[in-house]
Ligand binder design. Sequence first.
Ligand code: ATP
Ligand code: MG
Length: 349
Amino acid sequence: LNLQDSDLRKLSELGQGNGGSVVKVEHVPTGTIMAKKIVLIDAKQAVRKQILRELEILHSCRSAYIVSSYGAFMAEPNICICMEFMDKGSFDGIYKTIGPIDIEVVAKVALAVLEGLTYLYDVHRIIHRDIKPSNILCNSQGEIKLCDFGVSGELINSIANTFVGTSVYMSPERIQGAEYSIKSDVWSLGISLIELALGRFPFSESDPYDPEDDYSEEDDSSDPNPNPTNPDLGKTATHRDSLLPPSSGKTARRISKRRSKGVSLHGGGLTMSIIELMHHIVREPAPRLSSGKGPGAGAAFPTEAEEFVDACLLKDPEERKPPGGLLKFSWMDTARMSIFDIKEWASTF
Ligand code: ATP
Ligand code: MG
């Protein structure tokens, strides 16, 4: 398919992100409906050609868990990437429309993401680098697929927005400057799964203002360094109806005090600045699936789901398993055998 912009008729806007925007288009000569991603890049001609060459890999990506690509072209000063249109949109849009996602669906999302990551890495040696609900798409066939993976290093370098790549789904080791590894994607998956199951971003707090908190203290040296793998830590957090672990020191208290002053990152009431949040991710125990539910607040999540998410969110990347290891968890067997009908589910919204 020889794509050119003049053959594409715009049908509607699908959304906007940090790096660009996505529109629904019709490829008039063939009548094909596509999603066209428009990325504003800041790069010289030679680099633009290089980006297009790197994007060629997209053509050879063939997996049931990866959004397929029709091709990419330059439309100065933008680069356009045309991909399979997923008519139910992304999982962030879905939970913002219908509320917390059924844990059986979340299990299928986890399975699809792991299969997609495994395919990208085993076949193309690609690390996704941007796993989050807005990059996990669904269609009315009940298929769940990944998009927006890091095929082109030059494209990542050229996107004309300094905040690209800085994400609240970033693993602790990435925040501390380590190279991207496939295990960083596993962390981002863990955060995304909690977000879908709770219907809100895991690091948002809902506890009320506490005038007893001492805001003026700046000394962090008394912080205990709690073991993030201690299974009891999350339970004490339930009284806050929050995934923020219990304040183990002044850092956490400062974060909670500054909520009202911070930058709003997510519409859903999260007002930590990005720096504060990253500090929190590095220092504090990882969020847990269970800690979002207070005593008696509805049915608990299945133990195998909690074990899986805990394994994704091991803070030490040495301990955290790669996608292939997580595919062996019992929750993934449950997801494979589940008769839950995603197609039927997707027809309800
Ligand atoms: P960021 O730029 O930070 O990665 P994002 O993923 O939300 O954020 P975009 O990648 O520009 O931003 O996507 C914007 C929205 O377009 C997505 O949230 C999704 O709902 C929609 N979208 C993207 N690709 C497709 C597609 N292939 N089919 C249908 N909708 C899509
Ligand atoms: Mg995206």
